[in-house]
Design a protein around this ligand. Structure first.
Ligand code: DSN
Length: 489
């Protein structure tokens, strides 16, 4: 059992020490390629001076960021802890073990795999693990083979077809599902025959009866739950019941809300870990760690998940696994629980403030970390709204709404999340001002149509002076809640 991270304040000034470290690092980088040093400084300035409302982004701590800049990056360590294809992996074993142990304890999982480089990688590991466990292993046993290398070409061809013809059932893209849940532009859509479940046409809420009916008819091998743009919690116990009824494996992609699970905001039926066979995640969204992926699994899937590298992953990133260990240790502190609760409370405040100002929200609100504004009432597409907001210094991203008339490229929605600005210290009052700025910009944006006769590439115009006024109002909020306070380059 690992001790949780210390909750004592460090005995030195973290910001001053990190400032020294970054100044030294940038000087060394500058001596080789000054443009990289410049872009790195510019990114900090940009992040400090914009309202970052992209629901999947956050700001990792200096401890997490500094952990990534080391020689742990230089070691090859394909394989798993204690079973590597290279010699001399003892230190990578240490950091990978720490990341996995912290993740197991943080999420109460039987098994954790810290190697995936991204969310897509984590989902690929999960898919192949399920295929290996559910398809390959029984087939191999029947054929008296230990692994696929023992099969004849003909046997392998039969097994390969079985892999390719499996079925996955996941949330539709316009209801908030993710591309990696079986959609054609992603490899998962080529691996699986896919069908989607949507949301109730009136309430826009997940309709479990519809999920169950689709599962009974389609009989998927994998039932996928999880989302990247659905503003509500999911009852994973119900999803597991549905999976069990049709003999499917329940896989939950909790990339977006992992921080709310870690911070014990989502508990009981809203916590996927006790209910799913496999849970995948990224580590850099609400969980506030380094950019990367994670797989949690029950013991029965552990050995197949462990084959992730070299099955579908390249050599593990030792420096990033080390940073995951640091981030997971941070997420085990009471301070992180307070943060996670504030993320959800702030989303609620933001939704209420937007609605008071007449904005139409998908599902009429939120109970997680994001809201989705349907911008059609302002006469805008999601793309126009996203661009106009960006002109005013508000960083969001466009997103489809259920049954979107504008399709997946232009869309009719703008997705807004609270994890990043909550890290900066924003609370209900600040999010009320943010709501006011957003609605003022949306109301002050006029779409430019072909019939209006205005030439050029502009697809909208902003009321004169609105962008500057919005930036000035944002600057007040941002200055009062600085990013990395005390960090000076
Ligand atoms: N790109 C992530 C998001 O923005 O939700 C998911 O892939």
């Amino acid at each position: 059992m690992l001790a949780p991270a210390t909750t004592d304040a460090p005995s030195f000034d973290v910001a001053a020490t990190a400032s020294e470290a970054y100044r030294a690092a940038l000087a060394v980088i500058e001596s080789v390629e000054p443009r990289v040093a410049d872009a790195t400084r510019a990114e900090l300035a940009d992040q400090r001076s914009s309202l970052k409302l992209i629901a999947s982004e956050n700001y990792a701590s200096p401890a997490v960021l500094l952990t990534m800049g080391t020689w742990l990056s230089d070691k090859y360590a394909e394989g798993t802890v204690g079973h590597r294809f290279y010699a001399g992996c003892q230190n990578i074993d240490t950091v990978e073990s720490l990341a996995a142990e912290h993740a197991r304890e943080l999420f109460g999982a039987e098994y954790a795999y810290a190697q995936p480089h991204s969310g897509i990688d984590a989902n690929l590991v999960a898919f192949w693990s399920i295929l290996a466990h559910r398809v390959e292993s029984p087939e191999l046993a029947e054929l008296g083979a230990k692994n696929v290398n023992d099969l004849t070409d003909e046997q392998w061809e039969t097994l390969r077809h079985k892999f390719g013809n499996q079925r996955a059932l996941g949330m539709s893209l316009d209801s908030g599902g993710h591309l990696t849940h079986g959609f054609r532009p992603n490899i998962s859509g080529k691996m699986f025959a896919q069908r989607s479940y949507g949301t109730d046409p009136t309430t826009q809420l997940l309709d479990y009866d519809q999920v169950a009916a689709a599962a009974r008819e389609f009989k998927p091998l994998i039932l996928i739950a999880g989302y990247s743009a659905y503003p509500r919690r999911i009852d994973f116990a119900k999803m597991r019941e549905i999976a069990d009824e049709v003999g499917a494996t329940l896989m939950v992609d909790m990339a977006h809300f992992a921080g709310l699970v870690a911070g014990k905001v989502f508990t009981g039926n809203e916590d996927p870990v006790p209910h799913a066979h496999i849970v995948t995640s990224t580590t850099h969204k609400s969980l506030r760690g380094p950019r990367g992926g994670l797989v949690l699994a029950t013991e029965e899937y552990a050995s197949s998940v462990d084959r992730g590298c070299p099955l579908v992953l390249g050599g593990p990133l030792g420096h990033v696994m080390a940073a995951k260990a640091v981030a997971f240790a941070e997420a085990r502190t009471p301070a992180f629980r307070t943060y996670a609760q504030a993320v959800a409370d702030n989303a609620q405040s933001l939704a209420d403030s937007l609605k008071q100002r007449g904005a139409k929200l998908v599902t009429d609100g939120t109970d997680n970390h994001l809201v989705l504004i349907d911008v059609t009432g302002y006469g805008l597409t999601g793309r126009q709204a996203e661009s106009a907001l960006l002109d005013a210094g508000i960083v969001t991203n466009r997103n489809a709404v259920p049954n979107d008339p504008n399709g997946a490229w232009y869309t009719s929605g703008v997705r807004i999340g609270t994890p990043a600005l909550t890290t900066r210290g924003f609370g209900a009052d600040e999010f009320d001002t943010v709501a006011d700025l957003i609605v003022t910009v949306l109301k002050g944006t006029t779409p430019v149509t072909a019939s209006s006769g205005q030439p050029g590439k502009a697809k909208y115009t902003l009321t004169d002076g609105l962008a500057a006024a919005t930036k000035a109002a944002s600057a007040e909020l941002l200055d009062a809640n600085p990013l990395y306070p005390g960090l000076q380059l």
